[in-house]
Ligand binder design. Structure first.
Ligand SMILES: Cc1cc2nc3c(=O)[nH]c(=O)nc-3n(C[C@H](O)[C@H](O)[C@H](O)COP(=O)(O)OP(=O)(O)OC[C@H]3O[C@@H](n4cnc5c(N)ncnc54)[C@H](O)[C@@H]3O)c2cc1C
Length: 449
């Protein structure tokens, strides 16, 4: 039942990491501080004569950490195992774009943090809004996640003091070809149907909104602004989630490779690390991103999850050059508040190889500098690659594994895992705590392909 075949992959990554281009571990560098552990759930669990945790999560990306936080806040005892060195999280590598999602037109509630009852009431109100925003479970998940991000950002900063960089910065969608124009024009019908605010803007308005685009604004054959596009600074979001989980009593095992699942009869009762440590729990959830398929294959529960590599460039400007996320086709520029500027990305099938290539980096750079020629002289700080967990039908997998008791899967979110992580956490936490999720999870069931 081994599912770690990563020796070759690690050997490939090491020289690359040694060049200093790859820094996926930065958010895990903070040593575990036992003072952070506010609720000793494992100690309590042991004191109650139960050596097992309620839930074991394999994977410490956005999905695993979000699920852990949601479960801990509901009182579960949770252990999380992850290996950021050998299996670098895509969640670190991403851009943190949160595109607008379907809305149920209603008065927006303002929330700046509050007691647990206020938070629970607000969460149940946004779940109601999400299921009324669309009939489609995937869009309901988008809607729920989009609303939760605002709430979670506020909760995270209050709980941890870490600002996740959540901002309702707006998005610009630019068309350079008539084909892109036709696609965006068709999108307006979809945006209207789902109450997503959008406005078509002309060249003058584009320059007024983003003077940094002045040199190229006249080249676009169409442009739209979507006010409700947001961003998070994903490494900070992950650091905040990690700290918040520790404060809630997470039993965190980092730099630990889950090598096999432990079975008792037809039930999974935990996992064993490659160094032989055993982690036991009543329920085990695979949140291993692009590697989830290896775990599922190992227990003959195949999925359609596969790695899709993306690559990213990071510039550093003295000050933020623009506010909106700038999108053209599948490519984008994202500016952080401190002047860091991300340019991405590509979609490549390269197995489990997390390396940049000169060709892809050059093509992203050419594109970024064609949108904003002033980047030609900007210092390029870093580049990196990450593996998105793709799925054969574009839907994530969320739910129990039918053939094995005690085993659940939450993975395969492809290009949207950062965006969809809070909604995923809520519906998965419902399942794991015996509550029927408000969103119908049938389309996401593991085992569908
Ligand atoms: C270049 C790029 C840009 C992106 N931009 C965006 C964006 O703007 N917005 C957005 O929403 N999404 C974006 N994405 C997609 C997003 O990053 C992913 O969908 C999301 O991060 C998946 O989260 P995850 O937690 O499922 O997986 P990951 O973040 O990959 O985490 C997997 C975890 O599992 C662990 N793991 C795996 N195998 C093992 C094992 N055997 N033992 C122990 N631990 C293991 C890893 O160490 C890691 O902690 C982007 C992705 C890339 C690559």
């Amino acid at each position: 039942m081994r599912f770690d075949d990563l020796a070759t992959y690690t050997a490939l990554v090491q020289p690359y990491r040694a060049q200093g281009k790859f820094d996926c571990r930065s958010y895990f560098r903070e040593p575990i501080n036992n003072d952070l552990i506010g609720r000793t759930s494992i100690a309590q669990s042991k004191a109650n004569g139960n050596p097992m945790h309620d839930i074991l999560i394999i994977g410490g990306g956005a999905v695993g950490l979000s699920l852990a936080w949601e479960l801990l806040r509901r009182g579960a005892s949770v252990q999380l195992v992850c290996d950021s060195a050998g299996h670098p999280a895509a969640s670190w590598a991403g851009a943190g774009i949160l595109p607008p999602a379907p809305e149920f037109p209603s008065e927006k509630s303002s929330y700046s943090g509050g007691n647990e009852n206020a938070r629970a009431a607000l969460q149940s109100s946004v779940i109601n809004q999400a299921i009324r925003a669309s009939q489609d479970p995937y869009l309901q998940l988008c809607s729920l996640s989009h609303q939760l991000h605002a709430i979670w950002a506020s909760d995270l900063v209050r709980a941890t003091g870490i600002d996740t960089g959540y901002a309702r910065c707006g998005g610009l969608y630019l068309a350079t070809t008539r084909g892109e124009l036709a696609t965006l024009a068709a999108n307006t019908l979809w945006w209207d149907e789902h109450h997503i605010a959008h406005e078509q803007i002309d060249t003058d308005a584009l320059i007024r909104l983003e003077p940094a685009l002045a040199a190229t604004a006249g080249d676009y054959v169409g442009a739209w602004r979507l006010a409700d596009e947001c961003q998070i600074r994903n490494p900070d979001h992950l650091a905040a989630l990690r700290k918040a989980c520790l404060l809630e009593g997470l039993d965190l095992q980092e730099d630990c490779v889950a090598g096999e699942l432990i079975k008792a009869g037809n039930r999974v009762i935990g996992a064993r690390s490659t160094s032989g440590a055993e982690f036991k729990a009543s329920q085990t959830v695979i949140c291993s991103g692009a590697w989830s398929r290896l775990a599922m294959d190992s227990v003959a529960a195949p999925t359609g999850i596969f790695p899709v590599r993306g690559q990213m460039l990071l510039y550093k400007l003295p000050a933020p050059a623009f506010q909106h996320v700038i999108n053209e086709g599948n490519r984008y520029l994202v500016c952080r508040a401190d002047g860091h500027l991300l340019a991405g990305s590509v979609e490549e099938e390269a197995g489990y190889v997390v390396e940049t290539t000169d060709e892809a980096i050059a093509s992203i750079r050419d594109w970024a500098e064609s949108i904003m020629p002033q980047l030609t002289n900007a210092p390029l700080k870093k580049s990196w690659a990450g593996l998105r967990p793709g799925s054969f039908d574009g839907f994530p997998y969320m739910g129990p594994v039918a053939s094995l008791g005690g085993l659940f899967l939450a993975s395969g979110h492809f290009r949207s895992g950062l965006h969809l992580s809070p909604g995923t956490a809520v519906v998965m936490a419902d399942l794991l705590t015996g509550k029927t999720p408000a969103i119908d999870l049938t389309p996401f069931r593991p085992g569908r392909g």
